[in-house]
Structures are given as C-alpha cells and as structure tokens.
Ligand binder design. Structure first.
Ligand SMILES: NC(=O)c1ccc[n+]([C@@H]2O[C@H](COP(=O)([O-])OP(=O)(O)OC[C@H]3O[C@@H](n4cnc5c(N)ncnc54)[C@H](O)[C@@H]3O)[C@@H](O)[C@H]2O)c1
Ligand SMILES: [Zn+2]
Ligand SMILES: [Zn+2]
Length: 404
C-alpha cells in the first residue's frame, strides 16, 4: 500500500492497526500484517470546507478542567476571528502529561503553567473555517497544527520563534490562559498556525503541537544522529515521541526505562525501542547493552528524580543529557556524575515556531507518524473518559478526535 509521497506502509519500522470500538475509542493492536491506511480514517483534505457557522452566534461545546480529576463540558458561543486571527474547526486535540500534572488532578501550575479556567487542550489541529481581517497566509480549508503559545511578537524570545519564553503580560498559551482545542471550534492567531503537509493527519499535527515538538527540540539541540545510542527515561507520550524521532534522526540503538510495565510494552510493540528496563535494573541494563559505556545521549521524559539521575549516570563520558520531564527536583553528586564525566546537560522547554515547522516537514519526508503512538481516541462528549485513561498512566497517547 502506497500513500501519496510516502514509502510503502510495509517498509515502516512499526505498524499499528486501529479497531473502532465504543465511544469512538480506538485500541492499539499489533498485527503487522494489517497496517492501517490513514486515508480511510481521516481525509487528508476536505475539498470543500463546510461553511463556517462561526459568525452567526451559533453554539459549540468546550471542555474545562475544574480540578479534582473532573472534566466539565459547557456550551459556548462560537468565536469570531479578529485582526490576523482565524477560527478553526477542531479535528484533533490530544492530551499532554502537563495537562494531567498541572491542571486535571489539581491546579498546580504557576506563571506560564497557571490555568485560567479556559477551554482546555494545548495540542490542537484543525481546519480553517473563517479568516479574520488582514490575514496574510491562511485561507478557508487550510489544515493546520497550532503552536500552542501566543506571545507578544516583539520581545527577543518571540522574535526567535520561542513564544514559549515570552514574559510579556499579553502572552497566553492555548488551553492554559486562552481557549484551547477541546472544543468544536477554536480561535487562533494566524502566526501560531502551521500548515500541515498533506502526508500528515490531523492527529499527527496535534501531537506535534506539544509532545513531539518538545522531544524534537531537545534531540535537535543535542545534535542527535546515527553516531549516537539513545536512552529515554520515561516512556509516556513524550518518551515515545523521543524514541520515534530518535529513529528518524538515524539512531540505531534506542533503550528505554519506565516504572510501568504496560508503557514499556507499548514502546516495544511499536518498535520504538530495542530494549527496556524498569527503574531498578535500568543502569545495569543500559551498561550491559552498550559494552559498559552507557549511551552517547540520554533524555529524561519522566520528570522523576530517580530517572533524571539515572539518565546522567547512564550517559557515556563526553555525552549529552537532556531534561524535558517537568517539575520536582533532582539531587546528584556533581563531580562524579557531571564534571568528571565531561557531560553536557541540556534543559529544553517546548519548541519554537521554526523548529515545529521543520519537524512537520521532516515527519512528512521521513514517513513517520506521531499518530502511531495514539492508543486511545475519544469524541468530545467523552472527554472525561479520555482524561481518566490519560491519568491512569498505562496507555500510549490519548487523543480527542472530531468527526470531519
Ligand atoms: N519540557 C517541556 O517543554 C515539556 C513539554 C511537554 C511535557 N513535558 C513534561 O514531560 C513529562 C512527560 O510527559 P508525558 O506526557 O509523557 O507524561 P507521563 O506522565 O505520561 O509520562 C511520564 C512517564 O515517566 C514514568 N516514570 C516515572 N518514574 C520513573 C522512573 N523512576 N524511571 C522511569 N520512568 C519513570 C512514568 O511511569 C510515566 O510513564 C511530564 O513531566 C510533562 O509535564 C515537558
Ligand atoms: Zn504539553
Ligand atoms: Zn514576546
């Protein structure tokens, strides 16, 4: 089977089959003989965008996260686009570990992670249905993924494309301080909308908006290549993204650790890692798998102190180690683990507009699909179930999808 512009599905390093089940939920199976044809699930482009119902006072559903592990569906007016804004009909809106950690369980986030009671969802992808005045690039019918932070546009960080780092009072992240993607429609600044290549699905695009963008930024900054072996600590959605993109960047040996056996199994079933270990046997396992050296590059995608420390311990002398898992602390002896090992330690926060655009282009050319890490899909009515599954921490990526 051949997709436009892509390699035969049979050539992919991993293949998954999706079985539609109740509530729009889809479970990942691993039948290598029955790879999926995405075009049958999700048209890559609708030739005639449905007429926008965005300006006639019509209503839409949106999901909020009041805390205490609850999801509330409410009725809203469909937004109107202002100057250089567009309205998107949502097609996919995935759940990030940060939504669970900083909002869903309780409102822990501070500063840029402070949740302001808006429609949740900071991994949105959709189709432009209405274009506001003075838009320069987008038109009705365009398919886009949304960089999830809208900055002031004039500070140093914004000019570099890292709106994530903007500290102007006007900065607002979708799903945190301004309405996000868990709704039928979403208002977005044109500058934050990145066109989706035809080869990528809306679900692919949603996953790039935070988790894949985050993993790619860190790996790219560490100059990961085929010369490296890679260790990923924490095989949640961000860890799966790091492993898949490590493959894309040419890494031949990828090792992973997770505290949860189900998550290790998913990573193996998807063919994203060569070997996995639990936290206790991780260091010995990595050393045994690398002739005692450790990996040239390690990336922590757990945010857990023991995993961060292990990532440093398992990094080869002169290697690079990146921290992307958020929150908490870490305690380690600096001289033996960092200085004497000549290690370069990277912190990396989300990504930039330009790097996200680069990633979309590369995914299309590499024929890699973030969507393959999605194990569970729900429609918006069942957003509560989606969050419950994501909170359990035993699945792959969880995504809210919309009929197109
Ligand atoms: N740096 C950024 O810009 C950025 C962006 C998005 C998400 N994040 C953060 O990245 C982290 C991962 O996101 P996610 O969606 O994959 O979250 P997740 O919580 O689903 O995944 C974390 C995984 O780490 C595992 N883990 C816990 N302790 C471990 C240990 N000692 N050893 C190995 N694994 C361990 C857990 O079992 C879990 O599978 C979260 O902290 C999230 O907030 C950071
Ligand atoms: Zn996120
Ligand atoms: Zn700014």
């Amino acid at each position: 089977m051949q997709r436009p512009g892509g390699a035969a599905v049979a050539d992919l390093p991993f293949r998954v089959k999706r079985d539609a089940t109740h509530h729009g939920v889809t479970q990942l199976t691993n039948d290598p003989e029955d790879a999926v044809d995405r075009t049958s699930i999700e048209p890559t482009r609708s030739a005639t965008a449905a007429p926008p119902s965005a300006s006639d006072g019509s209503r839409m559903r949106g999901a909020l996260l009041p805390g205490d592990r609850t999801v509330e569906l409410r009725d809203f007016e469909v937004p109107h686009p202002g100057h250089r804004q567009v309205v998107l009909r949502m097609r996919a809106s995935s759940i990030c570990g940060s939504d669970i950690r900083a909002i869903y369980r309780e409102h822990l986030g501070k500063g840029p992670e402070a949740y302001q009671g808006v429609i949740a969802g900071h991994e949105p992808a959709g189709e432009v249905v209405e274009v506001g005045p003075d838009c320069r690039r987008l038109k009705v019918g365009d398919r886009v993924a949304v960089y999830h932070i809208s900055g002031c546009g004039t500070c140093d960080e914004c000019r570099r494309g890292y709106m994530i780092g903007c500290d102007d009072a006007s900065r607002a992240a979708y799903g945190w301080q301004r309405d996000g993607g868990h709704a039928d429609f979403m208002l977005a600044d044109e500058v934050t909308c990145l066109p989706l290549p035809d080869e990528l699905s809306f679900v692919d695009g949603a996953l790039v908006a935070c988790s894949f963008g985050t993993a790619y930024e860190a790996l790219a900054r560490m100059s990961v290549s085929g010369a490296d072996r890679l260790l990923v600590t924490g095989l949640g959605p961000v860890g799966l993204a790091a492993a898949m993109l490590g493959r894309g960047l040419g890494v031949r040996q990828i090792l992973g650790t997770d505290a949860t056996p189900e998550r290790r199994d998913i990573a193996v079933r998807l063919g994203l890692v060569d070997e996995t270990f639990g936290p206790e046997d991780g260091l010995d396992g990595v050393r045994a798998a690398t002739d005692g050296h450790g990996t040239e590059v390690s990336i922590d995608c757990s945010g857990a102190a023991p995993a961060r420390r292990m990532a440093l311990e398992a990094t080869r002398d002169w290697g690079r180690c990146g921290f992307v898992g958020e929150g908490g602390t870490v305690d380690f002896p600096v001289s033996p683990l960092l200085i004497h090992k000549q290690i370069t330690l990277y912190g990396s926060w989300v990504t930039s507009l330009w790097r996200m655009e680069e990633l979309l282009d590369r995914l299309a050319r590499w024929d890699l699909h973030p969507e393959d890490t999605v194990t569970d899909r729900f429609d918006l009515e069942h957003a509560g179930d989606a969050y419950r599954v994501a909170d359990e921490g035993r699945s792959g990526k969880v995504c809210i999808v919309f009929d197109g």
